[in-house]
Design a protein around this ligand. Structure first.
Ligand SMILES: Cc1cc2nc3c(=O)[nH]c(=O)nc-3n(C[C@H](O)[C@H](O)[C@H](O)COP(=O)(O)OP(=O)(O)OC[C@H]3O[C@@H](n4cnc5c(N)ncnc54)[C@H](O)[C@@H]3O)c2cc1C
Length: 379
């Protein structure tokens, strides 16, 4: 059980700025996100596209904004120094954790549980959940759910052998996500980490990807390095782990495995595609999911809030950013940052009633400098 003054649900741009504002006001903070990376929509939907309307920043990409917000919030997320070439780790940022349950504790705090078994005891909760948790889109074949050899992400650690090393990997999808995965896998620096056979499965022989990316993958198909399989998955054949015999022994994860997909071709015929691993790369889609069952007043799947404090209908639960709604709401970064600031100030007063409530400036306040870990006047 992690104890904290404030739990921020969502590490999108607004959630990250929320963590900064809470930390600045002297509150301890933990941030949790379902995705394996911080940045929400900025990283999941437009990492390399330019943003022109962040105050004081004439232009930056979604990725650059995320990196700046992480750097700004670092003093309050306990960033660990990065190893050369690696991203910094943040002790108070919990990624790959879908928040499922929010329960009132007898002491007036909230107990929050994630799908991976992490629990928080939080004196306050700030919901910065955007349009909901971004989860990978599936192929719509029930048997694939929870199968041990069905994946959605490329391995984070490039030095480790992926589960499909030396085996037959099928990548499903026809957009940028799938084609860039195919390209990355064929370019894996360690030859032994590549699959023995690589297939690209798409429902038709037409891709929706950047022209340069499509040209590169078409060239791999023409050279025979990648087999193109055209068909619509209808069902899958699976076996339990005791029957599984991984050719290299590195198939790894225990449980139910998929052996083959039944594909419906354009000719109306069904055929079988055998495989060792399936990497589904159809993009991410946001799902409001568990949030809708927490008993907050909602309006068209958005959380209703007060515009003075961004409080919801639940005590000490505030909602900021794209997830909330009020008269005049605009789903813009700037509006989310403003909401996070007012929510933090309201919670600081509620959680630390004895603390002086006058406004402190980061430019001149020694208290804020100490919290930020900076010497006065230094960047
Ligand atoms: C293509 C595009 C371009 C845009 N361009 C601009 C622009 O130029 N200027 C501008 O101001 N705005 C722009 N926006 C809007 C801006 O990106 C959003 O307003 C902003 O991302 C909202 O931030 P957020 O933190 O509220 O939500 P999000 O960015 O959606 O982040 C929410 C996070 O919460 C997580 N989450 C949700 N539910 C759970 C749960 N139950 N458990 C764990 N984690 C959860 C999600 O995984 C996600 O990472 C653009 C949006 C898009 C789609």
């Amino acid at each position: 059980m992690v104890h904290t003054d404030a739990l921020v649900i969502g590490a999108g741009p607004v959630g990250l700025f929320q963590a900064f504002q809470l930390g600045l006001l002297g509150l301890s903070v933990e941030v949790v996100d379902a995705l394996a990376f911080a940045g929400g929509q900025c990283m999941a939907l437009y990492p390399d596209k330019p943003i022109y309307d962040v105050p004081g920043v004439p232009v930056c990409t979604g990725r650059e904004l995320t990196q700046s917000l992480l750097k700004q919030a670092a003093p309050f997320l306990a960033a660990q120094p990065a190893l050369p070439g690696a991203a910094p780790q943040h002790q108070h940022l919990h990624l790959g954790q879908l928040v499922q349950a929010l329960e009132a504790s007898p002491d007036g705090a909230w107990t929050v549980h994630t799908d991976k078994g992490l629990s928080f005891h939080a004196r306050s909760v700030l919901i910065a959940a955007g349009a909901g948790a971004f989860l990978p889109r599936g192929l719509g074949v029930a048997e694939l759910e929870g199968a041990a050899n069905v994946h959605h992400h490329l391995p984070e650690d490039a030095d480790q052998a992926p589960p499909w090393a030396g085996q037959h990997l099928v990548v499903a999808g026809g957009g940028d996500e799938a084609l860039s995965a195919v390209l990355a896998i064929t370019q894996t620096p360690v030859a032994a980490h590549r699959p023995a056979r690589l297939s690209l499965l798409h429902r038709r022989d037409v891709f929706q990807a950047e022209p340069a990316l499509e040209a590169a993958v078409r060239a791999l198909i023409a050279q025979g390095e990648v087999q193109l399989e055209v068909g619509l998955p209808q069902s899958a054949e699976s076996r339990t782990d005791s029957q599984a015999a991984s050719p290299t022994g590195s198939g790894g994860r225990e449980g139910r495995h998929i052996d083959a997909l039944q594909l419906l071709g354009a000719d109306g015929q069904t055929r079988t595609l055998t495989l060792d691993h399936l990497l589904v790369r159809l993009g991410l889609s946001p799902r409001l999911g568990p949030l809708s069952t927490w008993g907050m007043a909602l309006e068209r799947k958005q959380v209703s809030v007060s515009t003075a404090t961004f409080a919801t209908s639940l005590p000490r639960v505030h909602a900021v950013g794209d997830i909330n709604t009020y008269v005049g709401k605009k789903r813009l970064l700037l509006c989310g940052f403003h909401e996070a600031t007012l929510a933090a100030h309201a919670l600081a007063v509620a959680l630390r009633p004895d603390a002086p409530s006058h406004l402190l400036y980061t430019t001149t306040s020694p208290v804020l400098h100490e919290r930020l870990g900076v010497a006065p006047g230094k960047a």
